[in-house]
Design a protein. Structure first.
Length: 228
């Protein structure tokens, strides 16, 4: 799981279906503490089902410096996603404000709304599969569920997304019963196919750029291979 480590910073490749923190099940923070990092400070966070790179500050000073980089939007992130359908353009920008959907059946759901917070995502199609697109995503803002909301708005929701995919009620069913065979017939994957594949930040001590990359996890790679 470790991708990079020194005295101040740790970068890990989080598996899908592991919450970063605040869960009734084991979390990434729990694993970091078990590995000897008593007070891990997560510089970025991923949804439970999103796999990929998480930056961890190993001390307070590093946490403050990296936190300022986050606020100034100086940390560059790239994601890979498998989307439903064929995205027509090769590259593009999604510039749509995101707000909380206060009337939906899923309280965590976000929507595109004029009164929402400014949200910007650049994208580039990496590979075309029969009925699907593999897309590289470069978020320029950090809203909750941003990539999932933007791709759904574009008409190409992420494969396996229980909230922004075919029916948000699948998420309610998932909470009650877990992933069922009937659910998989609609979702195709037990988790949404989103992976934080690259991150670049300035080291909090040396100020030199650090770039880390994480290959596609097995479930996403297998989905692609089966359709290539």
């Amino acid at each position: 799981m470790k991708v990079y480590e020194d005295d101040d910073v740790l970068v890990v490749n989080k598996p899908g279906n592991l919450a970063c923190h605040s869960s009734d099940r084991e979390t990434l923070v729990d694993r970091l503490r078990a590995a000897g990092i008593i007070t891990p400070r997560l510089v970025n966070r991923l949804d439970r089902e999103t796999s990929g790179l998480v930056i961890v500050a190993k001390n307070e000073r590093a946490g403050k410096i990296l936190g300022k980089q986050v606020l100034r939007r100086e940390i560059d992130k790239e994601y890979l996603a498998i989307c439903c359908g064929a995205i027509q353009q090769e590259t593009g920008v999604i510039d749509q404000p995101i707000a909380v959907n206060s009337t939906g059946v899923v309280y965590t759901k976000r929507i595109i709304a004029p009164a929402g917070k400014p949200s910007l995502t650049e994208f580039a199609v990496q590979q075309r599969l029969p009925g699907f697109s593999v897309v590289r995503l470069m978020p320029k803002t950090g809203r909750a569920h941003q990539l999932r909301v933007h791709l759904a708005w574009l008409g190409h929701p992420i494969v396996g997304d229980k909230i922004y995919g075919p029916d948000e009620r699948l998420y309610i069913e998932f909470i009650a019963h877990g992933v069922t065979d009937a659910m998989l017939q609609q979702l195709l994957l037990p988790r949404h196919a989103l992976h934080a594949s690259a991150v670049t930040f300035r080291h909090p001590v040396t100020q030199l750029p650090v770039t880390c990359r994480a290959e596609l996890p097995a479930d996403m790679a297998r989905f692609i291979a089966e359709r290539t």
